[in-house]
Design a protein around this ligand. Structure first.
Ligand SMILES: [Zn+2]
Ligand SMILES: [Zn+2]
Length: 144
């Protein structure tokens, strides 16, 4: 994983090179302000609360565009819910396969692993994903 400052710079450059619409900027701002991930519905609700209302379909369409630009990433929960977060955050989660409860993990176990040399030289790494799945305490206790 590239160090954070350099990484932030790459993301900034990408943003300035990318044509971002007002709506996409608003979505990015909301995601940046929140230190947790947000679902499309939550983003939709927050924008309405701030008087910047945007249709739910528009929210999802613009989120897809931001993903394509490499500015945000998404994570699918076993419940079918999709959560969005800016790419410059290195956060990993433990997710319960039964109830879908998801909690942040301390630290990053892979941040020091380099992309293997065999990979294309010009590949500019933006982010990585790593998720753990299992049973939360409640679901585990209910089974035993
Ligand atoms: Zn559970
Ligand atoms: Zn990580």
């Amino acid at each position: 994983m590239i160090e954070n400052t350099r990484h932030k710079k790459i993301v900034k450059t990408m943003m300035s090179n990318t044509e971002i619409t007002k709506r996409q900027e608003q979505l990015l701002e909301e995601l940046d302000r929140c230190d947790d991930e947000l679902s499309g519905q939550e983003l939709h609700r927050q924008l309405i609360n701030k008087g910047k209302s945007m249709g739910l379909t528009t929210v999802y369409r613009n989120l897809q565009i931001l993903i394509k630009h490499g500015l945000i990433r998404s994570r699918h929960l076993p419940t079918g819910e999709v959560l969005y977060t800016p790419v410059d955050r290195d956060i990993h989660h433990l997710t319960c396969v039964q109830c879908g409860e998801t909690s942040k993990m301390e630290g990053c176990p892979v941040k020091d692993i380099q992309t293997p040399k065999k990979n294309p030289e010009k590949f500019q790494l933006l982010f990585h994903t790593l998720e753990y799945f299992g049973l939360c305490q409640n679901c585990y206790q209910a089974q035993n």
